[in-house]
Design a protein around this ligand. Structure first.
Ligand SMILES: Cc1cc2nc3c(=O)[nH]c(=O)nc-3n(C[C@H](O)[C@H](O)[C@H](O)COP(=O)(O)OP(=O)(O)OC[C@H]3O[C@@H](n4cnc5c(N)ncnc54)[C@H](O)[C@@H]3O)c2cc1C
Length: 397
């Protein structure tokens, strides 16, 4: 097969670095351009279901990841007011038995470090920090990238892995406005020893309530507990990974929730707060020798915990396509192979807003019946099995 000489990647987030590692392993020359002066992810958690850990294992990262992760024993649904608990699904050995790979919860900076180390082990100077992409041009044979520094670089293919505000996406399809989803998210991590013993467990909990939900799960071998609180609000629309909210405002947002939530929030010292924004879905991602992956291609609400996992699957599938086909065809095949799945994930995440925040949850009996119906075993299987079974290492291209 003819291999393009050099692949340029915009953005060293989870998706860009996964694509870079997969491409380097297949013998491509890769350069990644990242606007930030240092590689960083917000100090919070990310859940990696079996469809994501399968890809990371194929990239040789299983052991490094295991050493830094928690293997969640299961996930549960909890009632916002009463604290009653329902099983969402068992994980631990069952994830491996059913889907072949573990379900990990990972501290984001740790995951980024694993990915960046894998890339640098293959090409020490592959990641160019403090290099913001300003524009690009392509002809039938190559792509030229213009960096804000004024430098120009040429490659055979450009991959826009530059997140929800993607410059590459704008260059391909014109400017579009990010839309506020109507949900504000709070985020924090708390040392596990500060939580009551009955909460310090190796399970993921999803508290559902009228107009909001809270997810918490363990990180770093159980030394930290991750907190995400999502609430429907229309009064604040700043999207940022680093905007500090106040503890009082956070407590007020979840006033009236169960006492476990109150004691958790009381331990949070520096919550981050931001408005969740979405871009309209795209019908195509690839034009000539330029394509998109991850949030640049398919931003979604984080309510199915699959945005990063989709970016990881994208990166691996893209590398397989570029290995097997000439660039233009490879990018078309990549898009075709990914569009249906990622669209279904975007829709599934949006449907969880309705499920997690349903107004009926304000009423005790009707709310309980709603939970029992929506989280009945067969419905859970319908929502998750197809997701976790997907194998980006063998899926048809
Ligand atoms: C509250 C919350 C919880 C979540 N939980 C989960 C979860 O549990 N599991 C899961 O799978 N997903 C989760 N997600 C989703 C996940 O975080 C994203 O889908 C994922 O980070 C997307 O990765 P990416 O590489 O596509 O983009 P990003 O991580 O946004 O990376 C883009 C990179 O491009 C760089 N960049 C941008 N513009 C330029 C430019 N012009 N030039 C150079 N560089 C540029 C940025 O600096 C950044 O480093 C969650 C999201 C949120 C908000």
């Amino acid at each position: 097969m003819q291999q393009p000489s050099r692949i340029l990647i915009a953005g060293a987030g989870l998706g860009g670095l996964c694509a870079a590692a997969a491409l380097l392993q297949r013998g491509f020359d890769v350069d990644v351009y990242e606007q930030a002066a240092e590689l960083k992810e917000v100090g919070a958690g990310v859940q990696l279901s079996a469809n994501g850990t399968r890809v990371l294992a194929a990239l040789g990262m299983a052991e490094a990841l295991r050493a830094l992760s928690c293997e969640a024993q299961g996930k549960e649904i909890r009632h916002w007011k009463t604290g009653e608990t329902w099983k969402l699904f068992d994980l631990g050995p069952l994830s491996i038995e059913r889907f072949g790979f573990p379900y990990f919860t990972v501290y984001r900076p740790d995951l980024l470090e694993v990915l960046a180390s894998a890339v640098r082990a293959l090409k020490p100077d592959a990641i160019h920090l403090g290099q913001k992409i300003a524009d690009f041009e392509q002809d039938g044979h190559s792509v030229e990238l213009l960096l804000e520094s004024g430098e120009r670089v040429t490659g055979a293919v450009l991959v826009g892995a530059d997140g929800v505000h993607s410059r590459v996406r704008q260059g391909l399809f014109g400017a579009d406005r990010a839309q506020f989803s109507g949900v504000v998210a709070w985020r924090a991590v708390v040392p596990m020893e500060r939580l009551p013993a009955h909460m310090a467990r190796m399970v993921g909990s999803n508290w559902v309530g009228p107009g909001g939900h809270i997810v918490h799960y363990p990180l770093r071998s159980g030394r930290l507990m991750n907190f995400v609180g999502a609430l429907e609000r229309t009064d604040w629309q700043v999207e940022s990974w680093s905007h500090r909210g106040s503890c009082d405002e956070l407590a007020q947002d979840f006033d009236g929730w169960h006492k476990d939530i109150q004691s958790f929030i009381a331990q949070i010292e520096a919550p981050n707060k931001w408005a969740l924004m979405l871009r309209p879905p795209l019908a195509r991602w690839s034009v000539g020798r330029v394509t998109l992956l991850g949030d640049a291609a398919h931003s979604m609400l984080p309510f199915l915990a699959q945005g990063a996992v989709m970016a990881i699957e994208d990166g691996f599938m893209l590398a397989r396509c570029l290995s097997d086909f000439v660039p233009d065809e490879a990018l078309q095949r990549f898009e075709r192979a990914r569009l249906t799945r990622t669209t279904r994930v975007v829709e599934g995440a949006a449907a969880n807003k309705w499920r997690f925040h349903n107004p009926v949850l304000a009423e005790l009996d009707a709310g309980r019946q709603f939970i029992e119906r929506e989280w009945a075993g067969a419905r859970i299987s319908d929502r998750y099995d197809w997701l976790f079974r997907y194998d980006a290492t063998t899926e048809e291209l």
